[in-house]
Design a protein. Sequence first.
Length: 240
Amino acid sequence: MSFIFKNTLRFTILYLFLYVLDSFFKNNEALYSYRYFTKLALGITLLVFYLFKTKQKDISKKRLVIYALSLFIIGDVFFITGNSGEMTHFVFAAFLFIGAKICYSIRFLNSKDFKISKLIPFLILGFAYMTIITDLVYNNLGHYFFPFLIYLFVVLLLMQFAYLRKSEVNGLSFWLVLFGVFFSMIADSINILKIFYDPLIAYNKITVMFFYCLSQYLIILGVLKESRAIDNNEILKVNT
């Protein structure tokens, strides 16, 4: 196992293979049930890759990533059954994903102060995003309105905390995680539109899984590449 999971390139090839296989099963009704294997394998291999590669000394941060990936894995099972017409399974999967995103959000929470002015562009874009998505699906939400709002709020919360890492972590980790969270938001948006707006939206059978797998891969890679950002003030203190 270490031959694959201790090497990023070899793991990436395995992960890509599982994604292609899962997409093939997803688009073939006769083979759809095999997704219970491929989709679970995607989540489990990502978790194993993280466990093999992480050098995180903070146990609480490490556990949060493990909890997040575990909740995504369990949520994926209910999501697959939800695609078979069980709407309650979709809702249960959504709440598991909410829990996973909250774990990620806490993991990305930093201790540094930040200026509210830095968040203004983000808040404007976040409000616009919520308004557009809500306007498109509002008439079809019914009694799912409040779970929908909770999910959107957590999606934006995760994006906010990923954005606020900029001054605390190295650039590579910051951008990998930020793009990962952004692609996760795209996957969520397409999925929401598929369920409550138009089932044929944006070729969802291909796009949802593509952006979902890519987002998880980038987030974990970003976490693994994380190191503390260099503080110019600390450098000046050392030099003086």
